[in-house]
Each structure stands twice: as structure tokens, then as C-alpha cells.
Ligand binder design. Structure first.
Ligand code: MOS
Length: 729
């Protein structure tokens, strides 16, 4: 029996307010935490069967051209080599997952440097790697490849439905008392998940089992079946543990297709693990951005106009483009507006979703521009934001579902002692260090994705949750067990949550901050289905049933669940779909960042001294895992502000810094004490849990608070990220 809901309107009652356990909302530990820290949780490559062969990918060394020839015979003669797979199906770009279509490059056509073109399979990994390195390739390079978005010869697309204009921004800029008109640039980024992509493929007749590391299994199954030209039902993907995704595992990677093709050809399981360099080159990058921002404000700092025009890049024919301006239409007021979006077609690694696509870089630029407006108008940056919060979504004239930006700004300012900030730059010094404080708003769109889950109340009174949802380090195991525990009156350790297997009901998957709220709702509905069945057995109505400590309480009766079940079990299924609520109200999460930096007056080095994030994301299902998400987001914000930058060779577009030695993620020494405050909020438009997504909120604008603090410390305005010392000195 399935309980189904389509989110067409706000939920009438707070279903969780009626629950009595209060398991939800507690900062409970991860049930799988001990497995992870002790190495017992099996990640993809830990599933290696004894008879598996190993494959190593071979990549293109031109950015645009044709593979003419490879010296297969010489490699086949090497010890242990079992096969060289050079199938056209390998040339497909990794699918985008949410964006869907995976384009097929023409046979043997190369679109970017690093594109996987073949797989060398051997009995051991070392033999395969040796074979892959020894494989001589002959390419015919197309000398005209455009590899830089600012190349004047680059083909620039201006998709009509992504341009928007209201009022007359040019005129507003002329008459405004205060204006900002500047370009901001952010470099490419990579997701940098700790676990590199790896797949083990095993065929049983025409059925494929793939142990992989992916975020959205139901989509990944469809993509893999499509790539191989087989039916979805022939494919089963297992990914119970995923060592981070951050967008890079939304869609299948080339290693999954390669492993499946090789395993089929050889009749044995084949494992393909990508090296870190291969992940950098062949998976996904976040596009670099060039953002032209215009702000027009009156004497009091009230915005009358906002312009945000972005140029991003991707491969020719790719559908995805970094949605830079996603939050700009609704974050601040202003009647005169221009939203622009252009895509340069370049032969660089495919661009895709990386760590909050859109707001992560778009709000960073917008929030630096707001700081420039604050400086130009002499208005305090917190106050400037407070006076520009719109009453409803100005772009669509619809109300906000819930909105606590003002509270987040005020709470953050209070907790960070913002009133101690000196507004004139360079006013505070500590020896050779210049000290400054900066802040920014946070915002991220809230999404609901169709999701299903099955819950079983077992005869012994324990609960089991089954869904093909993933836990990519986010805490899914924890919050789904909490939801089921709350709804069934069970302690969390009496609920087993089983994830990461396409044999279970299809879930939203993990991405876009929608996982916990979407799939958590499906679990809640499944549990309501079980509660209904218990009511039938106990001859009571839903309001009259209380479930607590493994017992049902009806009137003055208190009965242990196994007694009611009497050897049987109850199964409930939940199914949630997005509906009209998406168009009726504007759903987003909000927050604020505050940062204090010390900039060395001699070397230009920036050290972050302290940082605070205040966030409102509806009901917080588990403050501990939610806080961890925010800490991670803000840490990536530090990277975006100070160190992270993909560098492409101007000759052929290849990524020069394709490992963690050269692509600088923040490390412990870069991350000071970060404080996270979660505000109490409910959003009845979001879903019956009244929870919104929080996963990505911590990065959406975080870098701006640091860059703005650098300005306050030094008077130097960084508009080209990251703020490396050469730009400051
Ligand atoms: Mo996310 S970048 O949608 O995993």
C-alpha cells in the first residue's frame, strides 16, 4: 500500500508536531560512523571479487581531433594483458544526471584533452597501468580548437529563455545616487570528492551488476543502460557508501561504461578505478565565470536596479550551463532588472554541477558587489542588505514560502560582534597583519524531487527502511532512521536503513540539497501507511494512536508491537512528487556569513581568523549532520575565496593542476574555528516534514564574506577570485 502526495499546496498540519518520541531534531550520531572510521564500510573498490581483472583508462592527448590509430599489438604482447577495449560507447561524455542527455561524439572524435578513449584490461592493476602507459596513439589534431571562453573566435550562445529584462536598468544607472558597475571572475573548480570514481562490473548472462560510487542511482541506472544500449531492468547498481560527490557523481562516469564493456567482453568481473588525475580531466569541472554586475541605489541605499550578466563555458552541444544568476531575481528588491546568460563553446573538460551550481559562484560575485555598494554609499553592509530584502519574490510577484534572511543577518551580526568593525579599510592592525571583517548573505533555491521509499515494521517490532537513496557523507542513514524511528515509536537503533541499491524503491538521490527532504518525506509517508494499518488492527483512528518505546498506546491500553503483529509484518510505501507549490510560492533557504581575516602587509598572505554562518532551512532534522554540511560548505567557501583555481593550458585547454598537490583545497591549517548557527524555522510549502535542503547552503556566497573582509583589512578590492597574494600585495 502506497501513501502518495503531490506538493500542490501547503501542508495543513505539522505531522511531526504530533509525534511524541522527539527523535527527530536530535543531534544523533551516524549509525554507520564506526564502520567508516574503522574501514569496515565497503566502498566501491572494496567489493573486488578474487577473479576480477583490472582496467585502466587511456585518455586523449589532443583537445579536438580524431583518433587515427593505436598500436594494439605491442601492448597485447605485454605480460598479463587481457584486452584493449576501444568502443565508441566510451567516447560519450559522462552523463549529467539531472540534465539528462549524454551526447554521443562521432566515432573516434575527440572533444577535449583527457577524454577517455580506450581501456586496457589486465590481470593486475599494475599490468593494466603499464599497458595503458605503453599504448601508442596517433591523433589527427584539429588545429582550430577553441579552448578559452575569452578567445574572440569562440562561439557564444545566448539562449533566449535565459535572458530577462524588466524596466530600464540603463536609465536607472544614470539617475541612481550610488552605483556599482564591475566585472567579477571566478575560475573553474572541481568537486574534489575524497573517493575517486571507481566501478566494478559483473555480468550474469545479460544482467549487469555494478558496484559504483554515485549520487543518484535511479538516474545512473538509466544512464548506464542507455550508454550500453540495454534495458534498465538489466542493470543493478550498488553504492551503499559513497566517499563524497559534490556533483561529480550525479551522472555516471566513463569508468562505469568501460568496466561494463570489458566485463562483458571478457566474461569476468572488471574493476576500473580512476586516478585523481583522471577524475580531474575526465569527470566534471565547474565552469569559470565572467559576471557583469550593475547595482543602482538611491540616497538611502535602496536598490532600484540590478543587472547580472554571466558568461560561462561548456563543450559544444552540452546542455548544462552553470546557472550563475539563479538567486539574483529574488534575493533583493529593485524594479529595473537585467539577467543575462551566455555560453562559450570551448574544448575543455565537460562542465557540470559542482558544489551548488549557480549560487556558489553567482552569489559570491553579487555579494562582493553589494559590499562595493556599501562602501560607495557609506551604509553598513548588514544594514544595506536588510533594507533591500523584498516582501515577495520581485521577479514573479509570488510570496516566499518562508524567509529568514533578516533574522540570519541580525543574529550573525550580534554573535560576531559586527558593531566592533571599523568601516574604513586598513584601520585595524596587529603587528604586520591588517585585520578586517566582512559579511555576505547566503541563499539557495529549494527543490523537491520525486522519491519513493518502503518501510517494514518487522514481526519482532523493529523497522527497516529501503530506498535506492544514497548517503554521500551527508547523513542520509541517520536522518532516515530518525524519521522512521519518530513515526513508528522506535529508538533509532531499532531501525535499519538500507540504501544505495537500485533493487530498492527509486529515490531522489543526493544532489541539489534535495535529498533528505525529498526522500525523508517518502519515508514519512511510508510510516504513515504503517500507522494506518496498525489503527485497523487496533480498531482506533490515527489521532487515537500513540507509538512510543516499541509500544502502541490506545486509550488506556499499552501493547508491545510484536504482540500486535503476532508473527506478521506490516509494509508501507511512500511516494512524493513536486507539484504546483513550486510555482505558487518562491522556496529558498537563506543565511549569513561573517568572516574576520588577517592580511600580511608585507607578503599579501591572507589568513582567515574566524568565521560564522547562520542558516535557516526549515525544520532541521538532525542539527549535528546539518551543521557538518554547513561546515563543509563554508570550508569550500574558504577554498573558493583564497586558493582553488583550475588552470588550463592556453594551447590545448588541458588542466595543468590536475591533482591535490597543485589544485589547492583548504587544509586544516587554512580552516580556523567556524561557528554554525541553525535558526528554528518551518516551511509548510516545502513538504510534510517542513524541512528545506541545507546541504549546499553553506557555500552559497561564503567566499564573498572573506573577500569583503580582505577589502576591510586592506582597501584592496578583489574581483578576480581566488584572492591569492599576488593580487593583494
Ligand atoms: Mo550537487 S553539485 O547537485 O551534488
Amino acid at each position: 500500500m502506497t501513501s502518495h502526495i503531490k506538493m500542490d499546496e501547503r501542508v495543513e498540519r505539522d505531522r511531526l508536531a504530533e509525534m511524541v518520541q522527539a527523535v527527530i531534531g536530535k543531534p544523533l550520531d551516524r549509525p554507520e560512523g564506526a564502520l567508516k572510521v574503522s574501514g569496515a564500510a565497503p566502498y566501491a573498490m572494496d567489493r573486488l571479487p578474487a577473479n576480477a581483472c583490472h582496467g585502466v583508462l587511456v585518455r586523449a592527448t589532443v583537445s579536438n581531433g580524431t583518433l587515427r590509430d593505436m598500436d594494439v599489438d605491442a601492448v597485447q604482447a605485454l605480460p598479463g594483458i587481457r584486452a584493449i577495449i576501444a568502443d565508441d560507447r566510451l567516447l560519450r561524455n559522462p552523463a549529467q544526471g539531472m540534465a539528462g542527455e549524454a551526447p554521443i561524439q562521432g566515432p573516434k572524435d575527440i572533444a577535449y584533452f583527457g577524454q577517455p578513449i580506450a581501456l586496457v584490461v589486465a590481470e593486475t592493476f599494475e599490468q593494466a597501468r603499464h599497458g595503458a602507459q605503453a599504448l601508442k596513439l596517433r591523433f589527427e589534431a584539429d588545429g582550430t580548437a577553441i579552448v578559452a571562453p575569452d578567445d574572440p573566435k569562440a562561439d557564444i550562445e545566448t539562449p533566449e529563455d535565459e535572458q530577462d529584462s524588466t524596466g530600464d536598468l540603463d536609465a536607472a544607472m544614470q539617475t541612481a545616487r550610488h552605483t556599482v558597475d564591475a566585472h567579477y571572475t571566478t575560475p573553474g573548480h572541481v568537486s574534489a570528492a575524497m573517493e575517486p570514481h571507481a566501478s566494478i562490473a559483473e555480468w550474469n548472462g545479460d544482467r549487469l551488476t555494478l558496484y559504483g560510487s554515485y549520487q543518484m542511482l535511479r538516474f545512473n541506472r538509466a544512464e548506464l543502460a542507455d550508454a550500453l544500449g540495454i534495458e534498465e531492468k538489466q542493470v543493478r547498481i550498488l553504492a551503499p557508501y559513497v566517499g563524497g560527490g559534490f556533483g561529480s557523481k550525479l551522472g555516471i562516469g566513463p569508468e562505469a561504461v568501460a568496466a561494463a564493456l570489458a566485463a562483458k567482453a571478457l566474461g569476468v568481473p572488471v574493476a576500473v578505478a580512476m586516478s585523481r588525475q583522471q577524475v580531474f580531466e575526465s569527470v566534471m569541472r565547474r565552469s569559470e565565470t565572467d559576471q557583469h554586475i550593475r547595482l543602482a541605489a538611491d540616497e538611502q541605499g535602496r536598490l532600484i536596479g540590478i543587472g547580472h550578466e554571466a558568461l560561462v563555458s561548456n563543450l559544444p552541444g552540452e546542455e548544462f550551463s552553470e546557472p550563475v544568476t539563479q538567486a539574483t531575481p529574488f534575493l533583493y528588491q529593485g524594479d529595473h532588472r537585467v539577467i543575462g546568460h551566455r555560453i562559450a563553446r570551448v574544448h575543455r573538460t565537460c562542465a557540470g554541477s559542482v558544489r551548488a551550481p549557480g549560487e556558489a559562484v553567482g552569489l559570491t560575485a553579487l555579494e562582493i558587489a553589494l559590499d562595493e555598494l556599501a562602501a560607495a554609499s557609506g551604509i553598513d553592509p548588514v544594514k544595506l542588505r536588510l533594507i533591500n530584502i523584498p516582501q515577495k519574490d520581485p521577479s514573479q510577484d509570488i510570496p516566499f514560502s518562508s524567509h529568514m534572511l533578516a533574522e540570519a543577518l541580525e543574529e550573525g551580526a550580534k554573535r560576531f560582534d559586527w558593531d566592533r568593525r571599523r568601516s574604513e579599510p586598513g584601520a585595524v592592525r596587529d603587528g604586520e597583519w591588517l585585520i578586517g571583517m566582512g559579511m555576505a548573505s547566503a541563499a539557495r533555491v529549494n527543490m523537491l524531487i520525486e522519491s519513493k521509499a518502503r518501510v517494514t515494521l518487522n514481526a519482532n517490532g523493529t523497522g527497516t527502511v529501503e530506498t535506492d537513496m544514497t548517503d554521500i557523507g551527508t547523513g542520509t542513514y541517520t536522518v532516515l532512521s530518525q524519521i522512521a524511528g519518530e513515526m513508528l515509536g522506535l529508538p533509532m537503533d531499532s531501525v535499519e536503513t538500507l540504501l544505495g541499491d537500485t533493487a530498492y524503491p527509486p529515490a531522489s538521490g543526493s544532489g541539489g540539497s534535495f535529498g533528505a527532504a525529498s526522500n525523508g518525506t517518502a519515508v514519512l509517508l511510508a510510516c504513515e501507511e504503517i500507522r494506518q494499518q496498525l489503527c485497523e488492527r487496533l480498531d482506533c483512528d490515527m489521532q487515537g494512536l500513540t507509538l512510543k518505546d516499541g509500544h502502541a498506546i490506545v486509550g488506556n491500553r499499552r501493547i508491545a508491537l510484536p504482540e500486535i503483529l503476532d508473527g506478521s509484518r506490516l509494509v508501507g510505501e511512500g511516494h512524493v512528487e513536486p507539484g504546483k507549490a513550486e510555482e505558487t510560492v518562491r522556496q529558498a533557504t537563506y543565511g549569513s556569513y561573517f568572516a574576520e581575516v588577517a592580511v600580511n602587509a608585507i607578503t599579501g598572505e591572507t589568513r582567515l581568523r574566524r568565521m560564522l554562518g547562520v542558516f535557516a532551512a526549515g525544520r532541521i532534522l538532525n542539527p549535528k549532520t546539518a551543521r557538518s554540511q554547513c561546515l563543509g560548505g563554508m570550508t569550500f567557501g574558504i577554498g573558493m575565496a583564497l586558493t582553488e583555481e583550475l588552470i588550463h593550458d592556453p594551447r590545448d585547454g588541458h588542466i595543468v593542476n590536475r591533482d591535490f598537490a597543485e589544485y589547492h583545497l583548504p587544509v586544516n591549517a587554512d580552516v580556523p574555528q567556524i561557528d554554525v548557527v541553525l535558526l528554528d524555522e518551518r516551511d509548510a510549502w516545502a513538504n510534510p516534514l517542513q524541512a528545506k535542503g541545507i546541504g549546499e547552503l553553506g557555500i552559497c556566497g561564503a567566499a564573498a564574506s572573506i573577500v569583503n573582509a580582505i577589502y576591510n583589512a586592506t582597501g584592496i578590492r578583489i574581483r578576480d577570485l581566488p584572492a591569492t597574494l599576488d593580487k593583494i600585495i
